[in-house]
Design a protein around this ligand. Structure first.
Ligand SMILES: *Cc1c(COP(=O)(O)O)cnc(C)c1O
Length: 222
């Protein structure tokens, strides 16, 4: 199937899930983030041509090489950073992205606050939660989230709109999605970014506001 056919299939499956499970948390309709890491500008243009404007990239450098050109033709693009952010890339990331989903430590929060002020730009921010407490994974530990959110607000003057997670691979994601939902509720956070190609339908049933799908649209990454 072509990229456009795959996109249509994913959007169709999302519609089916939404019809079956009444989302009653008062938030708007869940959104599909098309994850375009590793993909060329030409492949991305196939998606843009359908009218879809919401994308995710996981590397600042790669995004810098593709998106300024695409934005010239499609000014409505909304670009999310979904990969780890290093301190020496914060200025560039604030310039490039509309949403940074991977705020995961005080140093980065402080630098983002400083850069937004310097650039006169407000970027929407999500905190990445290491929901499986996996040592190799980025993100704030669930039991440190409340304190980190307070720090973001009080020390850096940042408003955090959402929580993002990448659950452990190879196990049932449901307990993790449920835990994310509970964390969002306990901390009065509105939006949840969770669910990828293998589990986006499940994530939607458990309250995802954004699902991030790459492989199911573009095929396997080399
Ligand atoms: C690559 C990536 C995705 C998309 O994964 P697929 O399995 O290709 O759908 C989602 N979220 C993050 C953070 C990623 O790095």
């Amino acid at each position: 199937m072509s990229i456009v056919e795959n996109l249509g299939a994913v959007l169709g499956r999302i519609r089916v899930v939404l019809k079956e499970s009444v989302k009653c948390d008062g938030a708007g309709e869940p959104q599909l983030i098309v994850v375009s890491k590793v993909r060329t500008a030409e492949e991305i243009r196939e998606v843009l041509a359908t009218g879809h404007v919401l994308f995710g990239e996981n590397r600042v450098q790669e995004a810098a090489s593709k998106w300024p050109g695409l934005r010239e033709d499609y000014p409505d693009i909304e670009l999310h950073l979904i990969g780890p952010l290093q301190s020496n890339k914060v200025a560039e990331a604030v310039g490039l992205f509309d949403v940074i989903e991977t705020v995961d430590r005080p140093k980065i929060a402080g630098l983002i606050a400083r850069e937004m002020k310097a650039q006169g730009k407000v970027v929407k921010l999500f905190v990445q939660v290491n929901i499986g407490n996996e040592p190799q994974k980025a993100g704030i530990a669930p039991d440190e989230l409340a304190e980190f959110l307070t720090q973001c607000r009080e020390e850096y003057g940042l408003s955090i709109s959402g929580l993002m997670c990448i659950p452990p691979v190879g196990v049932d994601p449901v307990p993790y999605f449920e835990k994310m939902k509970a964390l969002a509720k306990a901390n009065e956070i509105e939006e949840l970014s969770m669910g990828m190609s293998s589990d986006y339908e499940v994530a939607l049933k458990y309250g995802a506001d954004y699902v991030r799908v790459g492989t199911a649209i573009f095929g396997e990454r080399a």
